[in-house]
Structures are given as C-alpha cells and as structure tokens.
Write a protein that binds this ligand. Structure first.
Ligand code: T4K
Length: 376
C-alpha cells in the first residue's frame, strides 16, 4: 500500500456536535420550564428560525423526515399511483407503500441523477395522483419541467429534500418548489436535531392542516378534526437544532473547503466523474459524490472494498435501487430494462467522507488512496 491506513476509522460522515456545555445549559432551561414536548417554546423558536434560514414562508417540524413525508402524502391526499425515482433511500418509496399507494418507478436524468421529466408523461395513467421527486445529494430536480407536467395533468408534486438543506435555485429556497417539500434533520445531516425533519410549503395556508396531522388531529380539548399521527419534534431535539443553527455557517465553510480539496485532487483523474450542482444553484454540501466509470479500470465495488483496508468507510448511496427490493421488484415499472440510467448510477456512485472536522490532509490521503486503485 503506497499510503498508510488511517489509525482510526474514517466514516462517510460524523454529526456536528456543539460544545457539551451549551447542551447542558439548554437542558437546564428545559428542566426549569418542565415543558418537554407538544409545541413548546424551543419548538416554536426553531420553526421560526428555520423558515428564515430555508427562505420559505412556512414550515412544520417533525420527529423525523420519514414521518414528515408520510404527513405530506396524507395532506395532499395522494392515492392510487405516484410516479417516483428508484435512486433513493428506502424511506422515499416505503412512505408510498405504507399508505397503500403504488410506486411507479421512473428513470433518472443521466447528469443530475434526479427523476427525468422526459419520462414522466409516459407513466401517467388515470390512477396517477402525484409525482414524488428526490433532490438527491441536494441536486435539484428539474422543478420547472415537473411543474409543467403536473399542471397539465392535475397532479400534486412532493419533493423529498432530505439532502437539500440550504439548496437554493437562483436565490430561491428549494422548499418553495412543488406543493410540499420534506427536509431531514437526522444526525448524519449537515443541520440536525439528533433525529428530526420538517415540511415546507409555499402556501402558508397549508400549515394548519399539517400541524393537525402531526398531532393526532387535535384542534383543542373538545375537537379532534382528522386522523392524525404523533409526528411531533420534542423540546430536546428543538434545543439541539437551535444550538446547531448557530454553528451552521462555520460548518458550511469547513465543508466547502473540504469539497474544494477533493475537487483539486480528483479532477482530471481518468474515470472519476465528480457530481456538482448546476451553475446558479447553492450546494447543500451534504455529500461529496463521485462516479467511478470504466476508464478508471477498477470498479466502484472494488474501490469501496479496498478503501476499507485503509480504514475509510465510504458509502454506496444509493445502491441497491429501491425498485430492486423484494417488496417492489415485481411491479411492472421496476423492470430493470426500463431504468437504465438509474442502474448505471447505482453501479457507479460512491459517497466519500464529508464533515467539518475532516482534516484537509486526510482528504489528500483519501484521494491518494483512490488514485492508487486506478487500473487504467
Ligand atoms: N429520504 C432520503 C432521500 C433520505 O436519504 C433519508 C434519510 C430519508 C428520506 C429519511 O429521513 P429520516 O427519517 O432519516 O430523517 C443514514 C441516515 O440514517 C438517514 O437519515 C439518511 N437518509 C441516509 C442517507 O443515511 P444509514 O443507514 O446509512 O445510517 P448509518 O447508521 O449507517 O450511518 C452512516 C454513517 O454515519 C456511519 O457509518 C457513521 C456515521 N454516524 C451515524 C450515526 C447515526 C455517526 O457518526 N454518528 C451517528 O449517530 O442512513
């Protein structure tokens, strides 16, 4: 081995951890208030602060991103069939299945790896009620083309923006597109609340109903208006979120430097294609993703396995495709022949370690390790 393995494991990500003293202080406030959940002061404060950070008119916090996405699907009364991408985390597809909706898999765009609008029209039937796109790695879907198709066919549009915290298209927060967007605040996300998530919606009028769905449908002590669920974020999660927001800019700056270091080291390496957001788009800096193509000589799986010997644990987000899971693979739209781009992407992608505390010379070493695996 030309480069020495790391003495400690290097993971694809590490959570942002603020000074423990700050956490103790926030916990002290909670203990004194004796208010731990159910729309408390921290919850209200975080909701307000996040609407500003994400540049959306309104937003509702949730216990996690998956429950939030379930509430979005409910709120829009999606049913029958929903057209979606198979190149995603299990949650996106499972949320449909949990509500007895048939996922209809659509192939992805070769460059952005998001749902390909040119293929959506052919999949629309009289049972189609919506489109569920994923801004995968924070790469925006083609929101204009999707809106056009949705309007023509009277379909609702939901975006899984789990990776897209802070993504902006020409200065507009990503949560302003589609009818509802879901953000994940899981510990592995740039901004996190341990576990957590939110729904954002361009029309603030939607908030009342979504908040009801989040809290059992309870309007007041006398009235329960609809079959809601328990999707509430608690006060500890919200307190951690408020603290993390204060460190967001610093974390972004550190990540941007790391991304720069990766780009300097890897650009021009034959067979390595770096995923970058289009011009005019603010990058969420959630993942640093490369595609390992034929010219590299070694396969993505070879690199993934070999990097473990160096104590580097990269991830194959998103392999396998959700359409290949046993629970979905018999669906007509899951036929591999219909999803050539998604299959290619799932074979090629590799997420490299990206988090603020990753030392720049570790990035250089990781790139050297990758370079040493090339078999041109
Ligand atoms: N839609 C999309 C497109 C998503 O990607 C996700 C979640 C969702 C929806 C659902 O949102 P949530 O309901 O989760 O809010 C992780 C995350 O758990 C998951 O939230 C995320 N996507 C997914 C892409 O990544 P795993 O199964 O890869 O996690 P795990 O435990 O293998 O962690 C990855 C690495 O992170 C570890 O190797 C080490 C590091 N790590 C992890 C945790 C949990 C830490 O250093 N500390 C930690 O506490 O899913």
């Amino acid at each position: 081995m030309p480069v020495k393995p790391f003495p400690e494991p290097i993971y694809v990500t590490r959570p942002l951890l603020v000074d423990l003293e700050e956490v103790h202080q926030a916990l002290g406030e909670l203990w004194r208030s004796q208010w731990l959940t159910n729309n408390g002061a921290k919850h209200r404060q975080l909701e307000q602060e996040l609407s500003g950070v994400l540049k959306v008119p309104a937003l509702s916090l949730f216990a996690n991103g998956t429950i939030a996405l379930m509430a979005a699907v409910r709120s829009l009364e999606l049913q029958g069939e929903v057209i979606t991408t198979p190149f995603t985390f299990p949650a996106t597809t499972h949320v449909l299945a949990w509500q007895n909706i048939r996922p209809v898999f659509c192939d992805i765009d070769e460059n952005t790896l998001t749902i390909d609008p040119a293929r959506i029209r052919n999949l629309i039937t009289d049972r189609t009620s919506g489109i569920l796109g994923v801004h995968v790695y924070g790469m925006p879907c083609n929101v204009k083309a999707i809106r056009r198709i949705a309007d023509e066919h009277h379909l609702k549009v939901v975006y899984d923006a789990a990776h897209a915290f802070g993504t902006e298209i020409a200065g507009t927060g990503i949560g302003n597109f589609g009818d509802i967007s879901m953000f994940s605040f899981h510990a592995t996300k740039l901004f996190h609340t341990l576990e957590g998530g939110a729904l954002a919606f361009p029309s603030p009028g939607r908030k009342e109903q979504i908040d009801l769905l989040r809290n059992f449908g309870i309007k007041n002590e006398e009235e329960v208006l609809l079959p809601g669920i328990n999707g509430k974020m608690n006060e500890f999660q919200a307190a951690v979120g408020i603290l993390n927001l204060r460190h967001l800019d610093a974390e972004r700056k550190k990540r941007a430097r790391i991304v720069g270091a990766y780009q300097r080291n890897l650009s021009g390496m034959p067979g390595i294609r770096i995923m970058t957001v289009p011009e005019g788009t603010v990058d969420s800096l959630q993942y640093f993703v490369i595609r390992i193509q034929e010219a590299f000589g070694a396969s993505r799986d070879d690199v993934y396995e070999s990097m473990k010997q160096y104590n580097v644990f990269t991830r194959k987000y998103f392999y396998p495709l959700t359409s290949d899971y046993p629970c979905y693979r018999k669906l007509p739209s899951a036929d591999p022949v219909l999803l050539p781009m998604a299959r290619k992407a799932a074979r090629e992608v590799l997420c490299l370690p990206l988090y603020g505390d990753l030392a720049p010379d570790s990035v250089d070493a990781i790139c050297e390790m990758i370079g040493s695996l090339a078999r041109p």
